[in-house]
Ligand binder design. Sequence first.
Ligand SMILES: CC(C)(COP(=O)(O)OP(=O)(O)OC[C@H]1O[C@@H](n2cnc3c(N)ncnc32)[C@H](O)[C@@H]1OP(=O)(O)O)[C@@H](O)C(=O)NCCC(=O)NCCS
Length: 175
Amino acid sequence: MTITLNTPRLTLRRWREDDIEAMAAINSDPEVMRWIGDGSVRDRAQTAAGIAAWEEEWEERGIGLFAAELREEKQLVGFVGLMVPAYLPEVMPAVEIGWRLGRSYWGRGLATEGARAVLDFALRERDLARVVSVHHTGNTASERIMLKLGMRRERETVHPEFGIPLRVYVLETQS
Ligand SMILES: CC(C)(COP(=O)(O)OP(=O)(O)OC[C@H]1O[C@@H](n2cnc3c(N)ncnc32)[C@H](O)[C@@H]1OP(=O)(O)O)[C@@H](O)C(=O)NCCC(=O)NCCS
């Protein structure tokens, strides 16, 4: 299944072997990982395993995380995409939209630009009626993206594994 989404600046596409290096560099930055899971960084092997799992998700469910590449520079900047938030049983069944970019690409509106295209894909191409997004309370940049996407805050909760406060946003289409 080849799926590519184009935004003005980004190509959102399936993962390739040669993305591992660039994604591993992003995952090794403590500032990037600060608000993810327990905040620990990932090494190259963990990143490679992650990419393999994301690709399996695409094959099995027809949704997944897109590799986000700056089209002109042909540079991987991170990911934007869809996943199943199994780590948070209280919101299941659900599909979550999420994003992670390398630090040097922050502050240019790229995550929002990619997320708008992914949300459109979710609603139109996958006929999803409900998409959630979850961030660690305090991750203001991520919350701002959720608001810009037109999502509404649904609940405050706690990460079942790490005990960290979370905010859940949701976007529902009217039936
Ligand atoms: C979250 C992340 C993807 C944002 O990427 P980005 O391309 O800089 O995002 P955008 O520019 O599209 O939008 C960010 C918004 O948050 C705002 N913002 C950024 N940092 C902020 C802060 N510390 N406080 C308040 N607002 C902030 C920006 O001004 C922008 O809002 P605006 O368009 O109204 O000005 C990026 O910071 C990242 O990868 N962080 C690490 C991974 C992560 O936390 N992922 C999310 C897990 S839930």
